[in-house]
Ligand binder design. Structure first.
Ligand code: SF4
Length: 57
């Protein structure tokens, strides 16, 4: 027997995860150290937190 809330719950979870991932701000995208040689953080280019981040300006 199908419940009313059953169908679609997986889709909602996937959507929620995607939304959560999309809300993660990748610092490297706007960081002036975002090039090989300047950045010493191994998390580049996908760091969401970085002590050496500096806004490119
Ligand atoms: S210094 Fe940090 S924020 Fe900047 S590119 Fe490297 S890892 Fe990314």
């Amino acid at each position: 027997m199908k419940s009313k809330t059953g169908p679609g719950w997986k889709d909602r979870i996937v959507l929620g995860v995607k939304k959560w991932l999309g809300m993660k701000v990748i610092l490297c995208d706007s960081c002036k150290w975002n090039w090989r040689g300047a950045c010493r953080n191994s998390a580049r280019p996908n760091a969401t937190w970085c002590p050496e981040y500096e806004k490119r300006g």
